[in-house]
Ligand binder design. Structure first.
Ligand SMILES: NC(=O)c1ccc[n+]([C@@H]2O[C@H](COP(=O)([O-])OP(=O)(O)OC[C@H]3O[C@@H](n4cnc5c(N)ncnc54)[C@H](OP(=O)(O)O)[C@@H]3O)[C@@H](O)[C@H]2O)c1
Length: 264
C-alpha cells in the first residue's frame, strides 16, 4: 500500500479555486496543509492555517526549502503565473522528494489533439503536463471540465493518472434554461447558432480583437463551447471516464448549480 500523503503544500490557496482545495484538505484530518502565498498577497486564510510567505517571483531556493518534508504538492496558481513558474515548481517538487504532484490541469480533455486545436489553453496546458511527464514518468492531475461552481473534493483516493470529475453533463440550451429559471427574468433575446458557428466567431474575435477584455470574454466563451462540442471529450460520463464513483462524489445538475451560484 502506498505511504499516506500527510503533508500537503498548496501553492495558490486563495483566488477562485484555491479556497475550495484548501477547505477540502483542511476538512480531512489525514492532511496537514501548508499554503504557499506571495509576500505581497492580501489573501486571507482560515484561522490556524499554516501559511508560508514567499517572494512574488517564487525563487526556487525558497520553494525547495518549503517543499522539503512535504509528501504532496498541489498547484493552483493564477493562469498567467502558472505558465511562468510551472517548470520550476515541478523541478522543486522532484528535488524535494515530493511523492505526489497535482499539476495545473483543472480543465477538460487537454490530451485530445482535436480539443487543443479548438482551444489554445488546452494546448498550453498539455505542454505543462508534458513537462511533468518528462520529469516523473507519469502525469497525474484533475480534469474537472468547466468549473460551473468551482467544486472540489477528495484528494485521498489517488490513482496514478488524471482523474475525471463531472458533477453533471450539460448543453448551452440547458445552461440558458437554468439561468432563466434561476433568475425568473423574462424577455431574454435569444439568438440560436450552432456550436460550430459559435466556435468560429469566438476564435475570430480572439484572433482579431485589440481589446484585452474582448479577448478574455472570447476565450471564456470558447472554453464553454469547446466543453459542450461533441467529439472534444467534454462528456466524461459518455466516454466511460468519469471517476465520480471512485471518488464517492455526489452528482448534481445544472439548474441546482446555477441557482446556488446566483445566490452567492
Ligand atoms: N476549468 C475551469 O473552468 C477553470 C476556470 C478557472 C481557472 N481554472 C484553472 O484553475 C487554476 C487556478 O485558477 P484560479 O482562477 O483559481 O487562479 P487565480 O484566482 O487567478 O489565482 C490563484 C492564486 O495564484 C496566486 N498568484 C500567483 N501569482 C499571481 C499573480 N501574478 N496574479 C494573481 N495571483 C497570483 C495568488 O495566490 P496568493 O495571493 O495567495 O499568492 C492567487 O490567489 C488554474 O490552473 C486555472 O487555469 C480552470
Amino acid at each position: 500500500m502506498a505511504a499516506p500523503l500527510r503533508k500537503v503544500a498548496l501553492v495558490g490557496g486563495s483566488g477562485h479555486l484555491g479556497p475550495y482545495i484548501l477547505k477540502a484538505l483542511q476538512a480531512d484530518s489525514a492532511f496537514d496543509v501548508t499554503v504557499v502565498s506571495r509576500q505581497s498577497s492580501t489573501a486571507n486564510f482560515p484561522p490556524n492555517t499554516n501559511v508560508v510567505k514567499v517572494s512574488d517571483v517564487y525563487t526556487k531556493d525558497k520553494i525547495l526549502d518549503v517543499f522539503k518534508g512535504h509528501n504532496a504538492v498541489v498547484l493552483s496558481l493564477n493562469f498567467a503565473a502558472e505558465f511562468q513558474h510551472h517548470n520550476m515548481l515541478v523541478d522543486a517538487s522532484v528535488e524535494a522528494g515530493v511523492k505526489r504532484l497535482i499539476p495545473f490541469i483543472w480543465g477538460g480533455r487537454i490530451d485530445l489533439l482535436e480539443a487543443q486545436k479548438f482551444f489554445p489553453i488546452a494546448a498550453s496546458k498539455a505542454s505543462l503536463l508534458d513537462y511533468v511527464r518528462s520529469k516523473v514518468g507519469s502525469a497525474p492531475g484533475w480534469a474537472n471540465g468547466l468549473f460551473h461552481d468551482l467544486s472540489f473534493a477528495n484528494l485521498r483516493r489517488r490513482p496514478d493518472r488524471t482523474v475525471y470529475i463531472s458533477s453533471f453533463e450539460t448543453s448551452m440550451n440547458e445552461i440558458l434554461a437554468a439561468y432563466k429559471s434561476a433568475t425568473g427574468v423574462s424577455g431574454w433575446k435569444v439568438a440560436h447558432d450552432s456550436v460550430d458557428q459559435g466556435i468560429k466567431i469566438t476564435q475570430e474575435t480572439n484572433k482579431t480583437s485589440q481589446e484585452f477584455m474582448d479577448k478574455m470574454r472570447a476565450i471564456g466563451l470558447l472554453g464553454l463551447l469547446v466543453g459542450v462540442k461533441k467529439g472534444l471529450g467534454g462528456d466524461f460520463a459518455a466516454e466511460g471516464l468519469s471517476d465520480i464513483e471512485l471518488l464517492e462524489l455526489p452528482r448534481s445538475d445544472v439548474t441546482e448549480t446555477i441557482t446556488q451560484l446566483l445566490k452567492g
